[in-house]
Design a protein around this ligand. Structure first.
Ligand SMILES: [Fe+2]
Length: 257
């Protein structure tokens, strides 16, 4: 059964110019922090490293296709790919399995290219990991629709997936959080939570997006875990030891421990 190391919301900019608009997000320090995290990973020896999105801090105007700084999209895309390549090379250097899902500050197509269109279902250390690439609706509330909803329904009901599962996604299901005028949880989150608990298949839902972080435990011991954002000091991350029938431990770490 797996030990999982989880970090989220790093908001890296290195080849891209500038930094995140929120000065607490230390975008330009992230390459150095990844180096420090690697040495912690070597000591903690997880079976898999998980990153649940906002790898990068791509400006909204660039994601919308109209860069506000007047430089071309082609130049931005090259820089975005180079920034994803930092992660790719860092993950590969760990020499253990890794999984990631894009967030709303990532360029999904660039992510897909750099990580070679990764599979959404992966069996690691006796557990089936599902990666959901969801997106925000026009009201900026997360939604699971289309192919992602089909995958989710299959995970919970199809005979071929009758196995203990961990779900990875950028957005959260529980607890529901309304802040800054936004709903951070999915549209229909209460039904999603209920259907997961009814299935009895899911041991942990690992997500990001809401930077303060959270940890909730539902029926059957199913945890919904969101570590605080890695981009902000003290650069937190979590480690889970997960057994076949449930989560054995959740431990919080940071780079200043
Ligand atoms: Fe974020």
């Amino acid at each position: 059964m797996p030990r999982v190391l989880h970090f989220t919301d790093a908001h890296l900019r290195c080849n891209q110019p500038g930094s995140a608009s929120d000065s607490l997000r230390l975008s330009r320090q992230m390459p150095d922090m990844l180096g420090r995290l690697a040495s912690r990973i070597a000591k903690l020896q997880p079976d898999v490293v998980v990153m649940t999105g906002d790898f990068l801090d791509v400006p909204d105007d660039v994601l919308d296709g109209v860069p506000a700084d007047g430089r071309s999209l082609e130049v931005w895309r090259a820089e975005i790919e180079a920034d994803f390549r930092i992660y790719h090379d860092w993950f590969e250097s760990l020499s253990i399995p890794y999984l990631g899902v894009p967030g709303n500050h990532d360029d999904v197509e660039a992510f897909r290219r750099v990580f070679d269109d990764p599979p959404l279902v992966n069996d690691i250390a006796g557990m089936r990991f599902f990666s959901f690439w969801d997106s925000l609706g026009p009201d900026r509330q997360p939604r699971r629709t289309g192919d992602q909803r089909d995958l989710y329904d299959a995970a919970l009901t199809a005979d071929e997936h009758a196995t203990p599962q961990i779900h990875l996604q950028h957005y959260m299901i529980d607890p529901p959080i309304h802040a800054k005028g936004w709903n951070y949880e999915y549209k229909g989150a209460a039904e999603m939570k209920q259907s997961m608990e009814t299935s009895g298949r899911v041991r942990a839902v690992l997500s990001g997006h809401h930077h303060p972080g959270s940890l909730a435990t539902g029926a059957g011991g199913l945890i919904h875990s969101l570590p605080p954002a890695f981009c902000e000091a003290p650069h937190p991350f979590r480690v889970y030891d997960i057994g076949e029938v449930g989560v054995i431990s959740v431990r919080d770490f940071n780079l200043q421990d």
